[in-house]
Ligand binder design. Structure first.
Ligand code: HMG
Ligand code: MG
Length: 288
């Protein structure tokens, strides 16, 4: 079974300036869960000054009717971890990036300072029995410093895999990767850790996300982060557009004979409400 982490309610919404009523978000999340998605990232305990759209994260977790252990919340630092604990979620997603410039813009710290801040928190989270994920952004290109040297990526990933986590998500933050680069990085990742712990997080800025997922699948990877209706983007990665659309990946995987456990038809209608609210006419190709 392929594992999909639905990041729409977090990655999909975090860059949207227009306030979205909590009822619209809750309705969307409930519909996504009803379509069979078991892992949904629905909260982000970052600073509301930095990312106002995520300020209602705690309330979302408290008001959601579904309660299960497969929901994720993003955690940037100690203060965020305290809010995460209040939320009752059982899966904590920490995040950092290969690129110093991106880290500086995204979390106001360089790589090493952020690493020092995250390590004790991740240790605590694992010791407390939580499931822990580490996102590593800009594993190919940085929105500020361009294409990152392979040596730097390898050095930083080698340091990061020493952290305690269950799940590592590799982020093509601005969606510029192509399958050849995915193959090259996969060879290196395979030398560092077991494949079943690795997820790919492709943004679809250049329309390459599905080709990259297909490549990763062929190489034996079984985990992907996607966003319903292809919403998505990081507020500190200018120009980064939506994530790999969940609907398109599910259609592709099921057609390829893989099992996802997701009902594609109900997934396709799950985002109607949020799209209507956002007055958004873009739809993933398979939904159109
Ligand atoms: P900072 O300003 O350096 O924080 O921000 P600070 O430690 O200096 O504290 C300043 C003030 O913020 C203090 O309040 C703190 O209490 C407060 P004051 O004393 O001035 O009243 N504060 C907080 N408040 C609420 N929650 C917190 C928190 N932390 C401090 N957690 C910080 C540092 C990390 C907080 C900030 O830079 C931030 O929130 N950044 C988040 C940026 C973000 O959310 N980016 C998007 C997610 S990453 C992503 O999208 C990539 C991914 O999808 C993968 C990919 O695509 O590659 C995962
Ligand atoms: Mg992202």
């Amino acid at each position: 079974m392929i594992r999909i982490v639905e990041v729409g309610p977090r990655d999909g919404l975090q860059s949207i300036k227009q306030p979205i009523p909590i009822s619209v978000k809750l309705d969307w999340i409930e519909k996504l869960i009803n379509s069979g998605l078991k892992e949904v990232e629905m909260a982000s305990f970052v600073s509301p000054k930095w990312v106002p759209q995520m300020a209602d994260s705690l309330e979302i977790c408290q008001r959601l009717k579904h309660k299960n252990s497969g929901f994720w919340g993003l955690v940037p630092n100690e203060k965020g971890y305290e809010s995460f604990l209040d939320s009752g979620l059982k899966q904590a997603a920490f995040f950092t990036a290969v690129s110093d410039e991106f880290n500086q813009k995204n979390v106001n710290r360089d790589f090493l300072s952020h690493l020092k801040e995250l390590e004790p928190l991740m240790q605590k989270a694992v010791a407390e029995g939580l499931r822990v994920r580490l996102y590593v952004s800009t594993v190919f290109d940085c929105p500020y410093s361009g294409s990152l040297p392979e040596k730097l990526v390898a050095k930083r990933l080698s340091e990061l895999v020493k952290l305690p986590f269950h799940d590592l998500s590799l982020g093509d933050t601005i969606g510029r990767a192509v399958p050849k680069r995915v193959r090259a990085l996969s060879r290196f990742i395979k030398s560092l850790m077991p494949l079943h712990q690795v997820s790919w997080h492709f943004h679809d800025t250049y329309g390459m996300a599905l080709a990259n997922c297909a490549q990763a699948l062929e190489l034996g990877f079984q985990r992907f982060d996607t966003s319903a209706s292809g919403l998505g983007g990081c507020p500190y990665a200018p120009g980064a557009s939506g994530n790999m659309a969940t609907e398109d990946l599910v259609f592709f995987l099921e057609g390829q004979g893989e099992r996802t456990g997701i009902d594609w038809a109900s997934l396709c209608s799950a985002s109607e409400g949020i799209n209507r609210f956002l007055n958004r006419n873009t739809r993933p190709k398979t939904v159109r």
